[in-house]
Design a protein around this ligand. Structure first.
Ligand code: EPZ
Length: 423
């Protein structure tokens, strides 16, 4: 397993290009199952999670061809020949559950392994299943798999009242409803930009959908969907992550492709912490306003609130702030695993359940640390950029799931960072 070595240093300056969104691509790819016509995605990120989703779709009989070094995914599923999404692939990536809705809508049956939990929480899929049942699906859970069948005439439009604005459950329900007979209304739907991106792609394929980005989405089922070519939306989590690099180190960095409307709540917190964000014709320019970062309190919420996927990275910044910050993680039950690793670098953090109290220190110190999950891994790199001395982040396979070319992007703005073989 590779490690990343980071040597803390001075300010960072230059430009970082932001890739297409992993969490948009992971729901756009299963959408190919809804149509026999080709679906092509451009601006796709080059990540191990995308490779895993490619393997999964190919195991179902879909064709997925990676072009232009992975930035274009040409897909077609005119010939599905296997209704089963096997555990050995699903266990590697929870987003695999997103093939369930499209397969059920397209073929009327699907057998999908339950994804199981992951490091940050149990992450059940009950809301996905309830949504599909509201469209007439008959679900039988046995042997660790969901055995799903649509009614004889196919899925029927229905009303879904989500107890929680689940991103994945909203995505599964929207995709399934595009081919259901009649109208489906999703109440308390998730509002994330990745869902807006999915709807724009489905609409290009011929779907009739309204309300994306709001809490109520209405889908009028159609008999069939066509093909499309769709550009994956910019990754707001990669964007927010790299905005924190000049924030924690000083200097000025322009994030190419960045847009404020993707991360409004996050930018408000940066402003309160003493970081300036300026819109340019190429993206967003980020720099410290003056002097030390100020402590701010953060509570993670569904979009448009502060994203849980930026909580670990924000904690790294606040470890160096003047004052005490309180971070509340309201989305996942175990998403502070980066805290003990940051404390190895001299951070002062007190974790009580879903609340972490961070008292800023003048200087973090480099240390050997271990990545525990995707976003924790990059928070340790951010801390290492500001720390005195060398930080060695082990188990960076977590990083490869969600960040392409981290070493190249950060060294491109002056960071002293390299990837080394083995732990
Ligand atoms: C998506 O996960 C993202 N993943 C996550 O990003 C992100 O953290 C999350 O949304 C929240 O924004 C992808 O898009 C592939 P949820 P998802 O359903 O869909 C509970 C990353 O780092 N829940 O909104 O799984 C669940 O346990 C990843 O890129 C149920 O109880 O998120 C969690 O506590 C991590 N039952 C909360 O809701 C369900 O049926 C949020 O889950 C579904 C979810």
């Amino acid at each position: 397993m590779d490690s990343i070595l980071v040597r803390g240093g001075g300010p960072l300056n230059g430009q970082i290009p932001i890739a297409g969104a992993k969490n948009a691509c992971l729901t756009l790819m299963p959408a190919t199952l809804l149509s026999e016509e080709p679906l092509t995605l451009t601006n796709a990120p080059r990540l191990s999670d995308i490779k895993t989703m490619t393997q999964l779709l190919q195991s179902l009989g879909a064709e997925v061809t990676s072009l232009q070094e992975g930035k274009v995914l040409a897909m077609s599923s005119h010939g599905l020949n296997n209704p089963t999404a096997h555990y050995d692939i699903v266990r590697k990536m929870r987003a695999s559950i997103l093939v369930l809705g499209p397969m059920l809508a397209r073929d009327g049956h699907a057998i999908v392994s339950l994804p199981g939990g992951c490091a940050i929480g149990a992450r059940p899929v009950d809301l996905h299943l309830k949504a599909l049942e509201a469209m007439g699906a008959e679900l039988d859970l046995r042997d660790g798999y969901v055995h799903a069948k649509a009614p004889l005439g196919g899925l029927r439009g229905g009303t879904v009242d989500f107890e929680f604005a689940s991103v994945g459950a909203t995505e599964n329900a929207v995709m399934a409803a595009t081919l259901a007979k009649g109208t489906t209304v999703l109440n308390n739907a998730a509002r994330e930009p990745e869902i807006v991106d999915l709807v724009e792609c489905l609409r290009a394929m011929g779907a009739q959908i309204e309300g994306e980005g709001s809490s109520t989405i209405t889908i009028q089922g159609v008999d069939r969907l066509g093909g499309a070519t769709h550009r994956v939306v910019t990754d707001r989590i990669e964007l927010g992550t790299y905005m924190l690099a000049p924030a924690i180190c000083g200097g000025e960095v322009e994030l190419l492709g960045g847009k404020i409307d993707l991360i409004g709540a996050f930018c408000e917190k940066l402003d309160a912490a003493g970081i300036s964000v300026t819109e340019t014709d190429k993206g967003l320019k980020v720099a410290r306003k003056n002097g030390r970062i100020r402590a701010v309190d953060v509570t993670t919420e569904p979009f448009p609130g502060f994203p849980t996927d930026l909580q670990a990275q924000m904690m790294a910044l606040l470890c160096t702030a003047e004052g005490t910050s309180v971070l509340e993680e309201k989305i996942f039950e175990n998403r502070f695993m980066h805290a003990p690793e940051l404390m190895r670098m001299g951070a002062q953090i007190d974790v009580q359940g879903g609340t972490a109290t961070v008292t800023g220190v003048d200087q973090l110190r480099g240390a050997p640390v271990m990545a525990t999950d995707l976003r924790a891994s990059v928070s340790l790199i951010l801390a290492g950029l500001a720390a005195q001395g060398e930080t060695r982040v082990a188990r960076v396979y977590h990083l490869d799931r969600g960040y392409e070319q981290v070493v190249r992007k950060l060294s491109g703005v002056g960071a002293d960072i390299e990837r080394v073989q083995g732990e």
